[in-house]
Design a protein. Structure first.
Ligand code: SF4
Ligand code: SF4
Length: 653
């Protein structure tokens, strides 16, 4: 059937598409002015990721209710995309016959019902049991109204055609046929014209509204997921400090300092609130909530603050407005524990740690502005090779009586990377000694670096001191490579993450294991056995850098489940959803002056399980939770490293 008012429709469509092009151009300008983004990884990996996370919507299924209605609407978009394209062409008198193809019409008609059901479920949830993470914004209802209107007017338009012409394809369009029963033959022609125009207006209005709404992700999410970093999660990109080139400044302090993928992240946020739901800083009333941080940055960019590159702004004599201070406070930037809960939770792979560390890099390296407590840790790492700032020559004191072989004297299969906690912290030193006992008992050949070992620099990098991190990384890689090290064991998740995922940037490529992985393997081979019944009911706290960063969730639980007399009760936030202890991202060395203490909240979550104590696999987590039990008068609730439990079961009794 011909479309009504040919010339008028063509003009309306052209004008609307013109405005859409203008809106998209405005959004493009900050992307063009942003820094480059290296796109690593193969095309095959990218298409796999696209298929899994866009077409299968895998991450959405963490919330099955939302996944259900989102999938109905998403696939409705896919199916209606063709029909909408045909409608726009109809405006120019072009009638693509594909839109009358029976099976397509049938699927389109079925999706009218499915999409309307999805809209109903979405509204029902928002009105009657809205999750705490979700704001009840008008934007969501506007978009749902657009989509619902499109479905209904499509059915009415096709229904009117069925009534007027009884076309051959009518048998393939039962839903439109049902809409036809709402009209009389006399009113069908008028209804067709009215519905056709309303449908066109809704479609064009929807397309033009998206760039100004939180649903801009309809355009950008495909690209955001396609171009997502495929590196190990949370890896900080190496700054080329020798050759800053056009960057001219270090880190992020304005919109132009983000790379284009980071800007696209801001565009893509749907404000679903998943990232903030269990962000430890938000849960403890600190100024950082990841979603709000992202929206501040996005609005700053939308305000036109980053449409020009720094060079263009210099040439035009334009001042670039600062982002830090103006829109994002320093307290916000320093609050982050880099736990990556937000990044795990986001269905659209929007990252936060890279942006926050980028801002810290600017504060530390350009402004020398950082919490005063950080200075002692920086100085300790630089002068003594450890953030505790203990004398370098006492690094080996923990094992002087144990006859542990040095890598300089014994070429072993594994290097045991002791780490600064294992070398200087009292409890950490005990864990290092127990590691030696357990590795020996289970027949592992290992050596240590001893006085040659330095801090890995994890805290320095995450506190923004990239100069210091690179200095430490280069020294360590030189020493490790000098000894021909290939396999490393460590009990510190922060060391594990840095050695495994970041030293490759400096020529250090190693297979790195957490000691729990090695012990779990030896248990399964029957090379490590336990004899003492521990009679303990425990919960397990996942270190962010072990669990979420490196996917090591099972090995510590495997050990616990093999210890005689130990039963496990999981916390609500456990595994990949585990909540941070508050020490990551260099927060271990900073005071926590705002809001509730994160370690107190985590202890409360552990206490809620009614277990007798908490086991964990990280020296930082141990210090944080042990301190929390003392500060909250809960000393009866014991904190254990899995290592000490394994040691007790293997050696005592
Ligand atoms: S990394 Fe952790 S602390 Fe930082 S914003 Fe994300 S959830 Fe919050
Ligand atoms: S960043 Fe991701 S998880 Fe957070 S609100 Fe935006 S879309 Fe949702």
């Amino acid at each position: 059937m011909s479309h009504p008012d040919g010339m008028a429709a063509a003009l309306v469509i052209l004008a609307s598409l013109g405005f859409l092009a203008y809106s998209l151009y405005r959004r493009y300008l900050p992307l063009a002015a942003a820094r480059p983004y290296p796109v690593p990884g193969t095309l095959t990996d990218r298409f796999k990721s696209l298929f899994t996370f866009v077409f299968l919507q895998k991450r959405m299924f963490r919330d099955k209710y939302a996944a259900f209605y989102h999938i109905l609407i998403f696939y409705g978009f896919v199916v209606f995309g063709l029909k909408s394209g045909c409608l726009l062409l109809e405006g120019f008198g072009i009638d693509l016959t594909i839109q009358h193809f029976g099976p397509y019409l049938l699927s389109k008609d079925i999706f009218i019902i499915l999409v309307l059901a999805g809209i109903f479920l979405s509204i029902f949830r928002r009105v009657f049991f809205r999750p705490e993470r979700l704001d009840n914004s008008a934007d969501a209802y506007i978009i749902l109204a657009f989509i619902g209107g499109l479905m209904i007017t499509d059915g009415l338009t096709d229904g009117a055609v069925i009534l007027l012409q009884n076309p051959a394809w009518a048998a393939w369009a039962p839903v439109s046929g049902a809409f036809a029963t709402l009209m009389s033959p006399a009113s069908a022609a008028g209804a067709y014209a009215v519905c056709w125009w309303i449908h066109l207006a809704l479609l064009l209005g929807f397309m033009n509204y998206l760039p100004y709404s939180k649903h801009f992700h309809v355009y950008t999410s495909f690209f955001n997921i396609f171009f997502r970093p495929l590196d190990p999660p949370g890896r900080i990109q190496k700054l080329d400090l020798e050759n800053l080139g056009e960057q001219s400044r270090i880190g992020i302090s304005a919109g132009q300092d983000f790379n284009w993928k980071q800007v696209m992240d801001f565009y893509t946020c749907t404000e679903c609130g998943r990232c903030r739901e269990n962000c430890p800083t938000r849960l403890t009333q600190k100024p950082l909530s990841p979603m709000e941080y992202g929206l501040e940055c996005r609005d700053y960019i939308y305000d036109g603050n980053s449409n020009l590159t720094r060079r263009e702004a210099d040439m035009a004599g334009r001042e670039i407005k600062p982002l830090i201070g103006e829109r994002v406070t320093e307290d916000t930037i320093w609050a982050c524990t880099t736990c990556r809960y937000c990044e795990y939770a986001c269905p659209l792979f929007i990252s936060y740690v890279d942006k926050i560390v980028g801002m810290r890099q600017h504060l530390v390296l350009e402004q020398s502005s950082f919490p005063p407590e950080a200075q002692n840790a920086f100085r300790g790492m630089e002068v003594n090779g450890n953030p505790w700032n203990m004398p370098r020559d006492t690094r080996l004191d923990w094992c002087r009586d144990m006859n542990v072989p040095l890598a300089s004297e014994h070429k072993a299969e594994y290097l045991f990377w002791v780490g600064c906690a294992g070398s200087y912290d009292d409890h950490g030193k005990k864990m290092a000694r127990m590691t030696v006992d357990l590795l020996r008992k289970s027949g592992i050949d290992f050596a240590i670096l001893g006085p040659e070992e330095n801090c890995t620099g994890d805290s320095a990098r995450r506190m923004g001191n990239e100069y210091l991190f690179q200095m430490l990384a280069q020294q360590n890689v030189e020493i490790l490579n000098g000894h021909g090290v290939k396999k490393i064991i460590t009990f510190c998740p922060h060391c594990l993450n840095t050695l495994s995922n970041e030293y490759g940037q400096f020529g250090g490529s190693y297979e790195v294991f957490h000691v729990a992985e090695i012990l779990a393997r030896q248990i399964s081979f029957g090379r490590l056995n336990f004899k003492t019944d521990l009679n303990l009911e425990l919960t397990y706290h996942d270190s962010c850098y072990l669990g979420r960063y490196n996917g090591i969730l099972e090995a510590p639980r495997f050990i616990l489940n093999h210890l005689p007399g130990v039963t496990l009760k999981e916390m609500k936030l456990s595994g990949e959803r585990g909540m941070c202890c508050g020490a990551g991202g260099g927060r271990m060395w900073l005071e926590e002056k705002i809001g509730k203490r994160i370690n107190h909240l985590r202890l409360e979550q552990a206490l809620d399980t009614k277990a007798g104590g908490v086991a964990l696999s990280c020296p930082f987590c141990y210090i944080m939770l042990e301190n929390a039990t003392k500060e909250k008068g809960s000393e009866a609730f014991k904190v254990y490293d899995v290592l000490e439990l394994a040691h007790k079961a293997a050696f005592e009794g």
